[in-house]
Design a protein. Sequence first.
Lengths: 280, 548
Amino acid sequence: MTLIPLFSAPIYDSIERKIKAAIQSRIGPIGFPRSFLQSWFDIIKLFNKELVLTSYGVSLITILELILILITMIILQIALLTSQLYWIISLLITFLSTSTAFSLFRAILLDNPFSSIGAFRGFYITLTVEGFFLSSLIIMLLIDVSIISRILLFCVIAISCYVVGSKVPFDIAEAEPEIASGVYVELSGPLLAIALYSLQIKRYILAQILSYSLLKLINTSNTSVTALMTVLLTPIIWMIFGIVSAIFARTRVDVGPSTLLKVVLILMLLIIATLTVKVV
Amino acid sequence: MSSGIIKEIEKKVLELEGLIESITKTTIFTEIPKKNIKDFAKWLYESGAFLKTCAGVDERIISSKLALYYIFGLDEKGLDVVVKISGFEREALPSIVDVIPGVEWCELEARDLVGLYILGHEDKPRLVLPQDWPEDAYPLRKDVPHNYRPQINVEKFSEELPREVGLPIGPYHPILHEPEYFELYVEGERVVDVYYRGFHVHRGIEKLGESQRFTYKTIPFLAERICGICGFVHSSCYVLAVEKAAGINVPERAEFIRSILLEIERIHSHLLWLGVVAHILGYDAGFMHMWRIREPVMVLAELLTGSRKTYGINIIGGVRRDIDEVKKLKALKVLRSVREEFKRFIDVFISIPEIVKRTTGTGILPRDIARALSVVGPTARGSGLKRDVRKDYPYFAYKYASFKIPVYTEGDNLARLLVRVDEVFESISIIEQLLDMLPKGPIAVESYEIPRLKKAVAAVEAPRGEDVHFIITGLDRPYRWKVRAPTYQNIPALRVMLKDAPLADAFLTIVSIDPCFSCTDRVLMVCDVKSNSKRFMSLFEGRKYAVK
């Protein structure tokens, strides 16, 4: 089960591309194997391309980012099977935040204006939701709260998973045309393959966290059923994210984070209110 | 055209010691002493005239002088006023840039390409020619052969690079489909200043048209290659200029066919642009659907002309292909379906919150600046200027069609977007009307003669705005052929539109004028420099040449 995301993340990405193509009246990756494996083909192709290194630091950080995301992914799989162990959840939260921070550091450390601008845009978006996301996750997974609180917590987690996954309209760090790839601008060949693979694993983790939160929302108690359901729900959540991203345009750099902050703040206030009522 | 305005112009010309060269149905040709040109330009501008362009002409063979023709358009009267000033070689001519700011580029172009000495521009860097071009070689002079290849001077590029560097965009950038250089100076996410350097594309189309390689008959095919999107506009404008100069009466059926194809070109160009805008805004579903809707329009163009693009059916005195009844019925069917699909999709498109938010209030071009820079097309109409050549100077069959000119006063990106959306519907309606009214008869004149040294100005409304061709006829080919594409007139407005705006909207704003750099850059001499020396062009080199 631990190794499933390693193979399935690029497969889900390929299927998402096929679905998006259908929404956009295109064909997308052609043929049966490519419909499921196109992202794998892309990664393999990038690994065979020339590597142009602008600094050794960036390659080190990119590899470290992948390692951290892989560790996060492994911890998450363990957490699904042993959710009674609180320290596993704490470890998951720690590695989740560290891997996100690493991907931003990678972009900021580069001496490239396009990358720096992209990284700061990534910071705006991540900082807007990161704190609320992690705290909501902790409450959801570790504390027994009322159903209303759980619904609100689930909303915050769902929004955060979508935003941290850099989907349209929140892909402002790399997809705005004037910064042309932004945070990925200095990466090429195998390094770009590693960065893209990291992003796919990260999206898998986020989809899996949301699936798990959904099961927590409906209060499933059987651990093995929960783990199995989470694995089955993950591709569904991934595809829903993909469909949502296909019907939106990219947000404005100044409007997106502020609107997001307002929405999340309102939800958090409601959560605090419901928790306070329960305590009283 | 009212005789009142002509009398007024005649009176003013005489008052300023000038003379009226000739008066045609749509144009007054005058010559003014250079000392009085500013007064006359100011008077024309205050009378409501827009600057169309100016053209430097080497007339040393005719009058031993170099001439500069300013072309103004009194849109409300449907009258062009061509004002000539001239001087001997190295004789100073005054600039009118302090009266009409929009004239700067064409004066600099005349300085670079014809070698006119225009006061006030002495210290400005070259606009059109590269820095390594020799000092005394002016490509559009008659003694410079069209295949002239200069020696480059590498030392020109050893100057110190600027210490302060902005955000370089171009000359090659994924979003720029043609080589251009923008340097954006930003504070946080806000653009505080912009530098632009264009004219990277060397093609020398004007010079080729005046060379022995081309004749009047073959130039329409060359003109159509000025642009890859609105090429038919250029060939139409060229043939219109020659037909005006020679007094050729084109059969009505040919005029209808030209108008129909011009509107087909407008529809596919606007749909292409709307798709590009959707892509820039991250709405790729919009991009794909817009281009899907555009596809039948391309197929329709192929049905009517034999080509999806670069139709090649314009000839002097008419067109080469007719539209029969079967094609007419098919065209009407395609247009009905395009209108329905476009209507359905555009309602979704302009209701997406991100698209509305990102286009509203960004890239604002105030009306007064739009007027001062004489911007054209949807850029002008989005800033409240009701300018459209099809209404102001009716040509071809537009006088028979009933249509509206969409005008929005906000001056932002949304206004320019909505102008184009409305124009798609108007264009469909125009084609339907013209197909219904398509008269019978020949599609081209049988013979014609083109007298020498006749002048004419022609303007055609391209998807991006007014396209202007100025021609002085010669033997077998134009003596001077000046092309002014709409983007040429709109680019200077970008500095105003980009300044103090969010960086993330900068590209949307650049794209909002629907820039066509290949149209704009066509003026350069072909410069295929063969040298053993290597030339390194830094990203920041453009900044040194940037015209503020």
